[in-house]
Design a protein around this ligand. Structure first.
Ligand code: BYC
Length: 325
C-alpha cells in the first residue's frame, strides 16, 4: 500500500502544488493524513516517526533490566509505570505512522531486518541502579528537549501524539532526577555510583540529538517542512545549558574538561561526543546492538500467536456487525 501511495504521488509533484504545500506549512497549518503531500514529506515522516516509535519500544529494554532489582517496592512500581508508558508512546507513534499508509507490521519488519534505526542511546548497557537515575534525568531530559518543539510539528497526528508523550516524559525526567538526588545524598558508594553513571551516559546523551548540523543530511529539508523544528546542534546546546546547573545541584562533575560558561553568548562551550563511536553505534556496532535486536526478534516471533488471536477476534466481531446490519 505504501509503495503504491508513493508511486501514485510521484507523478503529481508539480512545482505549483509543491509551492502551495509549502505555503500551508509556512502559514502554520497542520497537514492531515488525507491531505495531499509530497512523497518525500511522507517518506521523511515515516522514517522519523518510525524511528521514534522503535526507540520507545527498544528503550524499554535497558530499563526493564532493573525492574526485578529495584531497591524498594515504591521504586519498582514507579519504574514499572515508566516502562509501561514507553510502550504506550511507541503505540501512539506507530498509530501516527499508520495514518501515512504503512502498517506497524511493516515498520517492525524494517527494524528487524536493519532497514530502520532506533536511537543510539539504547545500545548502552545499564550496569547499576544509578544508571536508571541517569537515564531518567539525562535521556528523558534530552528526549523532552527534542520532543517539546515537535508538539508544533506540521503533521497533525504526529504533533498530537507528542503532546501526550511530553506530559509523561516530564514525569520520567523527574523520577530520574529524584533517584540521582537520593544517591548523591546517600553513602559515599552511592555518590560514586551516581558519578559513574553520569560519566558513562553524558556523551551518549549528547549523541541523541544526531550529528553536527554540518553533517546532518536531513535537517535542512525537515526544518523547511517543519518536521523538525530545530537543528541538532541548537537542541544539543540547549540540553547542555539546562543540564549542567542540574549536575551542579547534585554536586556531580560533568565529564568534560572543556565545559565553560560563556557569558557573552549565554551558553556553555562543551566537547562534542566522539562521532566515530556514534557512527559505529548507529551502524549496528555499539555495545548492545546485537542484544537489543535479538530481544526484539524474539518478542516478535513469540508474540505471533497473540497477533493472530487479536486479528481473528477483530474479524469475528466485524462479521457479527455485518450480520446485524
Ligand atoms: N540514533 O540527518 P540527521 C526516546 C541518524 S528518545 C540513531 O540529523 P534526522 C526515549 C538519522 O536517522 C529517542 N540514529 O537525521 C527516551 C539519519 O540516518 P538515516 C527517539 C540517528 O532524522 C527515553 C542519520 O543519522 N527520539 O524515544 O534529521 C525513554 C543522519 O542524521 C541518531 C526521536 O526519534 C541517533 N541519535 O535527525 C524511552 C525524536 N541521530 O535515517 C524512549 C524524533 C541521527 O538517514 N527524531 N541518526 O538512515 C528526531 O528528532 C530526528 O530524527 C533526530 C535525527 C534528531 C534523531
Amino acid at each position: 500500500m505504501y509503495a503504491q501511495m508513493i508511486a501514485s504521488q510521484a507523478s503529481d509533484e508539480d512545482p505549483k502544488r509543491l509551492a502551495a504545500f509549502q505555503k500551508r506549512i509556512d502559514a502554520g497549518e497542520k497537514i492531515e493524513p488525507k491531505d495531499w503531500m509530497p512523497s518525500e514529506y511522507r517518506k521523511t515522516l515515516i522514517r522519523q516517526i518510525g524511528q521514534h516509535a522503535h526507540s520507545e519500544i527498544v528503550g524499554q529494554l535497558p530499563e526493564g533490566n532493573w525492574i526485578t532489582r529495584a531497591p524498594t517496592l515504591e521504586r519498582k512500581a514507579i519504574l514499572l509505570a515508566k516502562v509501561q508508558d514507553e510502550a504506550g508512546h511507541g503505540l501512539y507513534l506507530y498509530c501516527a505512522a499508520e495514518t501515512l499508509g504503512i502498517s506497524r507490521d511493516q515498520l517492525t519488519e524494517m527494524l528487524l531486518d536493519g532497514r530502520m534505526k532506533y536511537s543510539s542511546i539504547f545500545n548502552y548497557p545499564t550496569l547499576t541502579w544509578a544508571d536508571i537515575g541517569a537515564i531518567g534525568w539525562l535521556v528523558d531530559g534530552a528526549a523532552i528537549m527534542n520532543q517539546v518543539p515537535l508538539q508544533r510539528t506540521s503533521f497533525g497526528p504526529y504533533a498530537r501524539a507528542m503532546i501526550r508523550i511530553c506530559k509523561e516524559e516530564s514525569f520520567h525526567q523527574r523520577q530520574g532526577f529524584d533517584i540521582m538526588m537520593k544517591m548523591c545524598n546517600g553513602s559515599k558508594e552511592q555518590k560514586t555510583m551516581a558519578q559513574n553513571a553520569l560519566d558513562r551516559f553524558w556523551y551518549p546523551s549528547l549523541m541523541m540529538f544526531g550529528p553536527s548540523d554540518s553533517d546532518s543530511i536531513h535537517s535542512e529539508q525537515s526544518m523547511a517542512w517543519k518536521i523538525k523544528m530545530n537543528s541538532n546542534d541548537e537542541l544539543r546546546q540547549k540540553f547542555v545549558d539546562q543540564t549542567v546547573p542540574q549536575a551542579n545541584l547534585l554536586r556531580l562533575t560533568v565529564p568534560d574538561p572543556n565545559l565553560k560558561w560563556k557569558d557573552k553568548r549565554k551558553g556553555y562551550d562543551f566537547t562534542m561526543p566522539d562521532w566515530d563511536e556514534f557512527l559505529a553505534v548507529i551502524n549496528g556496532n555499539g555495545p548492545c546492538n546485537a542484544d537489543r535486536l535479538s530481544a526484539r526478534k524474539k518478542a516478535w516471533t513469540e508474540g505471533q500467536w497473540v497477533r493472530d488471536g487479536l486479528q481473528a477476534h477483530a474479524k469475528k466481531n466485524a462479521n457479527i456487525m455485518i450480520a446485524a446490519e
